[in-house]
Structures are given as structure tokens and as C-alpha cells.
Design a protein around this ligand. Structure first.
Ligand code: MD3
Ligand code: FE
Length: 203
């Protein structure tokens, strides 16, 4: 693994191809039970270009009421499906945190989708890191510092890569500039899936 800055650790090719295919199959079953939804910005209701779903006890949602974690899907009203074993294993191996994650947010990007620079601050437990797993087309991932004005760097997150944000990196600004078309043949179509594993509540 490669430490990019204090608390920010990158694991290129963390999942081999069979592991990526196995995780993708688990995600197909999850999206059958908990379909991708289009989150909307608080107040304005402007749709995100990224579509989302979740697995685990809690899921992140956004609508005109605000951002929050909740135990049910915003459209079906059903509980989120369980987290795949592979995701839990990645958390155990990479997080260094002694409790299981509460939430796994699954983001789906098509070639047009972007995620603007933001901080992840909707959790109560900032002592736990966030663990990210990428599948499908490569993304240009940008990260900065604790202040919005801090300088930024960008790296390519490709299918099978893992990245962990803990300690002093837990509250840095970050976003996805765009995908690189035709960069992976894992999915049967263009696009990228990203899983973020989180401990939301204080243990
Ligand atoms: C840095 N997702 O879901 S993953 C998000 O690729 C999010 O879908 C992006 O930002 C994606 O909030 C980036 C890498 C990532 C995830 C969580 C972080 C970076 C992070 C939390 C804190 C700091
Ligand atoms: Fe984020």
C-alpha cells in the first residue's frame, strides 16, 4: 500500500479480478432488492448525477429535507440488504477499527456523472476511517485538505483499488472529476461503482 498523506492510504489492485466479479455479483443482488435512486440536494431538490443505494444497517440518503443516515430505502421503504462478506472482510483488513461498519453507500457513476468537492461530515464517529472500493471504469479522484482553499491533487481510482481515509485525512475535501471511458471491461456497460464503508454511530 501507498501512504499519500497522513491517514490517506491507497491499495492499488486490492481486489483481484475474480474478487471483483464476485463483489459485482453481490451488488447486482443488492440493487435488485434496493434499486439505485437519484438523490436530491437539500433545499433546492436539484438531482445528483450520481445514483446511489446502500447496504448494511444504515444508509445515506439526501432529499430536500437534508442529508442523513436512515434504516430504510427512500423509495421502497424496506430495510437495506445486508453487507456482502467481501465488504466486511475489506473493512476488517483495512480499517484498523475494532467495530463493524454501520453503512455501505454504493455510488453508481455513468460517463457523465461527477461528484463535487465535499467533506463527509454526516457521521457521528470521526474516529473510524472511511474505506472505499472501486469497480468498473477508472475515476479521476481529487482530494485536498481540511480547508476548501487548500491545494488539491488527483489520482486515478481503477477497478479493484481500495483507499482508506482515517485520522487526519478523515475530514479532507474530495470529489470525482470524471470517469475515463473504456478503462474497464468488468461491467457489461460503461460506468463505475464505488462502495464506501463507514461507522456512523458512536460504538
Ligand atoms: C475522503 N465517494 O460517497 S470514494 C462519498 O468515488 C464519496 O464515489 C467518492 O466521496 C466516490 O462520499 C469518493 C473515496 C472517499 C470516500 C470517503 C471519504 C474519500 C473520502 C471520506 C473522507 C475523506
Ligand atoms: Fe465523500
Amino acid at each position: 500500500c501507498i501512504t499519500l498523506s497522513p491517514g490517506l492510504v491507497y491499495y492499488p489492485d486490492y481486489l483481484d479480478r475474480p474478487a471483483q466479479e464476485h463483489l459485482l455479483q453481490a451488488l447486482r443482488e443488492i440493487t435488485r432488492i434496493a434499486p439505485l435512486f437519484t438523490p436530491r440536494m437539500p433545499r433546492t431538490g436539484k438531482p445528483f448525477s450520481v445514483r446511489m443505494t446502500n447496504c448494511g444497517r444504515l444508509g445515506w440518503v439526501s432529499d430536500p429535507e437534508g442529508y442523513r443516515y436512515q434504516p430504510t430505502h427512500p423509495e421502497t421503504g424496506q430495510p437495506w440488504p445486508a453487507m456482502p462478506d467481501q465488504a466486511l472482510e475489506a473493512w476488517d483488513e483495512l480499517s484498523g477499527y475494532p467495530h463493524p461498519p454501520d453503512a455501505c453507500l454504493i455510488n453508481y457513476y455513468d460517463l457523465q456523472a461527477r461528484m463535487g468537492m465535499h467533506q463527509d461530515k454526516d457521521e457521528e464517529e470521526f474516529d473510524a476511517p472511511v474505506v472505499s472500493l472501486s469497480l468498473g471504469d477508472t475515476a479521476l479522484f481529487r482530494y485536498g485538505g481540511l480547508e476548501r482553499k487548500d491545494p488539491t491533487r488527483s489520482i486515478r481510482l481503477k477497478s479493484g483499488d481500495a483507499i482508506v481515509f482515517g485520522g487526519p485525512a478523515r475530514l479532507i475535501h474530495h470529489g470525482i472529476d470524471r470517469l475515463i471511458p473504456h478503462s474497464s471491461d468488468l461491467l457489461s456497460h460503461a460506468g463505475r461503482l464505488n462502495l464506501t464503508l463507514r461507522k456512523v454511530e458512536k460504538p
